[in-house]
Write a protein that binds this ligand. Structure first.
Ligand code: ATP
Ligand code: FE2
Length: 324
C-alpha cells in the first residue's frame, strides 16, 4: 500500500522539505534553503539553526503550493547524525506538522537516506555504496539486515580535505568543483603519501603535503596529484569491498560523487570486475528533503510514538535496522 510522505532534512547547511508518493514512486516536491556563513566566518551551529528557523516556513510554503496538506500520510525527519541545534529545528518543525496534520512521525538516519534516494534514483538494487561528502567518507554495503561500514576515513572526510586544500590555496568554498577544474589542466603527477590502512583511509597527511607543495609547484599539478591520490585510495577500498561482498553494483552518493575524475576511476574499476556503476543525480546528491521522504516511506510501517521522537547527533548508519 502506498503512502505520501513529507520529509524534513535539517542536519547541517541545508534546510530541505520534500514529498514522495510511494504508490507512484514519484517525488512530488523537493525544496530547500541553504545557509552560507558570512565570509571569513566558519559555520556556527547556532547561526545555521537560526537560518533554518527563519526559512522553514517559506520552504514548506513552496512545498504546499505543490502538494495539498491533506494528501500527506506521514511526516519524516532527519534524526541524525548532524549538528544538535540544527537537528532540533528539523524535529520541532516535523513534530508540529505531524500534530497539526494528525499523521505519524518517522525518524530517519541521514546516511541511510543518502543511500535510499540513490537506490530510488539509479535503480541500483544492492550496491556497494561509496558515500563521499563534506562530512563523510565511508564504503558501505547491506549485510545481515544493516548497512555495514566496510571502510572509512580515519581522520578528515574527503570533501572536507578538498575544501580545506582549496582554502589553503586561496580558492573559494566549496573547494571540490574548483579543484576538479584546476586538476583537469594538470599534467605532472607528483608523488604523495598514499595512506590506506586495512580498509580505512587517511587524508590529513596528504592535505598538509599538498598545502606545502603549492609554494613551489603549479596549482594545476598540485590539484591533479591530490585528486589522483585521494580518488585512487577510494577506488582501491571500494574494489576490495566489492570483492569481499560479492556484490555486482557500485553506487556513489554525496556531494563529492559529482566529481567526474572520481566517477571515471570507479567506472574503470567496475568494468574490470564486471560490476555496474551508478552515480546519484546531482539534484539528490547534496542534502535534500526528498531523500528523507523516500526513506520515511520505506519505514512508514513502523512509525514512532510522538514522545519517542528525538535527535541523535552521532546516529551511525549501522545502528539502523533495515527492516524494509
Ligand atoms: P553530509 O552531511 O552528508 O556529510 P555535506 O553537508 O558535506 O553532506 P554534500 O552536498 O553532500 O554536503 O557535499 C559537499 C561536498 O561536496 C563539499 O565538500 C564539496 O567541496 C564537495 N563537492 C561538490 N562538488 C564537487 C566536485 N565536483 N568534486 C569534488 N567535490 C565536490
Ligand atoms: Fe548529507
Amino acid at each position: 500500500m502506498g503512502v505520501v510522505v513529507l520529509g524534513i532534512e535539517s542536519t547541517a547547511h541545508t534546510f530541505g522539505a520534500g514529498v514522495f508518493d510511494s504508490s507512484g514512486g514519484r517525488i512530488l516536491a523537493n525544496e530547500r534553503s541553504v545557509f552560507s556563513p558570512p565570509a571569513g566566518r566558519g559555520m556556527i551551529p547556532r547561526d545555521c539553526a537560526d537560518h533554518h528557523s527563519a526559512e522553514c516556513g517559506a520552504v514548506l510554503g513552496r512545498v504546499f503550493s505543490k502538494v495539498k496538506p491533506g494528501e500527506i500520510g506521514a511526516v519524516a525527519y532527519s534524526r541524525g547524525p548532524g549538528l544538535g541545534p540544527v537537528l532540533r529545528v528539523g524535529l520541532a518543525c516535523a513534530r508540529s506538522l505531524s500534530g497539526s496534520l494528525g499523521r505519524p512521525l518517522v525518524g530517519v538516519n541521514h546516511a541511510v537516506a543518502h543511500i535510499e534516494v540513490g537506490k530510488w534514483a539509479t535503480k541500483a538494487r544492492d550496491p556497494v555504496v561509496l558515500y563521499v561528502s563534506g562530512g563523510n567518507t565511508q564504503v558501505i554495503a547491506l549485510s545481515s539486515g544493516r548497512y555495514r561500514v566496510f571502510g572509512e576515513t580515519l581522520d578528515i572526510p574527503i570533501g572536507n580535505a578538498l575544501d580545506v586544500l582549496a582554502r589553503n590555496l586561496g580558492l573559494p568554498f566549496p573547494g571540490g568543483p574548483r579543484i576538479e577544474e584546476l586538476a583537469s589542466r594538470g599534467a605532472k603527477l607528483i608523488d604523495l603519501p598514499y595512506v590506506v590502512k586495512g580498509m580505512d583511509l587517511s587524508y590529513s597527511g596528504l592535505l598538509t603535503h599538498c598545502t606545502r607543495l603549492a609554494k613551489t609547484e603549479k596549482l594545476e599539478d598540485v590539484c591533479f596529484s591530490f585528486q589522483e591520490h585521494c580518488f585512487a585510495m577510494l577506488a582501491e577500498v571500494t574494489e576490495r569491498a566489492v570483492a569481499h561482498t560479492g556484490k555486482s553494483e557500485v553506487m556513489a552518493v554525496g556531494g563529492v560523487a559529482a566529481n567526474r575524475r572520481l566517477a571515471q576511476m570507479l567506472r574503470t574499476m567496475c568494468e574490470e570486475r564486471g560490476a555496474e556503476f551508478t552515480v546519484v543525480p546531482l539534484e539528490y546528491a547534496g542534502d535534500n528533503g526528498a531523500m528523507i521522504a523516500v526513506t520515511g516511506a520505506l519505514m512508514a510501517a513502523r512509525p514512532e510514538k510522538p514522545e519517542d521522537a528525538t535527535v541523535d547527533q552521532r546516529f551511525r548508519v549501522d545502528e539502523q535496522d533495515v527492516f524494509w
